[in-house]
Design a protein around this ligand. Structure first.
Ligand code: ADP
Length: 241
């Protein structure tokens, strides 16, 4: 599913945190929103998710205006730091959650839910931990559960906010390779937020460099590295994270 963003502005009180953002995200691509802390990445992601609304500008999916649609009606899956796993639920129940809360006529039977969740747990290689609770898992395992949970409802769009932020370098590397493989297998559109340029450059098809609420540059990792279009991009990419 493609995402079209046109002239989006977002204010918190009097402060304009997104300034006239326009961006076409292609169906099936993996796009990284890259920039320093406070540049507006998360706000833009939350607007795409429907967790926040723009003050002006257009947002559509496959050409259809979704500006007024609630998050649950947008067919997006998200892995956000603030949507941590449910601590009182097992791994299995966490992954099943999105299916169990569907309206009755869309809700699969218990057997179908089990089949689906078993398949997802196999995919994220956590079948053996289905009955554990989140506190009994490592950080990397928890992130894989969060991904399986997001994928349970067959989202057309997957949104990830610093998905591997809190993990150590080795686990981050493994997870991002794995996320890329998953993306290629399932062919959803992914948008992920990061302040880590290595992460963006390694797995994204295109990178959006943001600064102070606006888009500085959009391009493939190679284009952005080879031909930075502004002093900001040059300096930001020159920094070693
Ligand atoms: P990033 O993800 O790039 O770190 P954010 O989108 O989180 O940036 O934040 C962009 C700006 O908006 C920051 O100045 C931040 O303080 C402000 N901001 C974000 N969320 C809120 C909010 N709910 N209320 C007020 N200001 C906010």
């Amino acid at each position: 599913m493609s995402i079209e963003i046109k002239g989006i502005n977002k204010y918190f009180d009097q402060t304009r945190v997104l300034q006239d953002i326009s961006l076409d995200i292609h169906s099936g691509e993996m796009l990284a929103l890259l920039g320093p802390s406070g540049s507006g990445k998360t706000t833009l992601l939350r607007i795409i998710a429907g967790l926040e609304y723009q003050n002006s500008g257009l947002l559509s999916f496959n050409g259809k205006d979704v500006s007024r649609l609630h998050a649950r009606d947008r067919q997006v899956g998200f892995v956000f730091q603030h949507y941590a796993l449910f601590r009182h639920m097992t791994v299995f129940d966490n992954v099943a959650f999105g299916l169990t809360v569907l309206p009755r006529r869309e809700r699969p039977t218990a057997a179908a839910i089990k089949q689906k969740v078993d398949g997802l747990l196999e995919m994220v290689q956590l079948s053996h931990l289905a009955n554990r609770f989140p506190s009994q898992l490592s950080g990397g395992q928890r992130q894989r559960v969060a991904l399986a949970r997001a994928l349970a409802v067959d989202p057309q769009i997957l949104l990830l906010d610093e998905p591997f932020g809190a993990l150590d370098a080795q686990v981050r590397k493994e997870l991002r390779t794995w996320l890329r493989q998953l993306h290629e297998e399932l062919k959803f559109t992914s948008v992920f937020v990061t302040h880590d340029q290595e992460e963006a450059m390694e797995i994204a098809d295109r990178v959006v460099v943001m600064s102070q609420g606006h888009v500085e540059q959009v391009g493939t990792p190679e284009e952005v590295m080879r031909e930075p279009e502004s002093r900001f991009v040059l300096e930001f990419l020159g920094e070693v994270n």
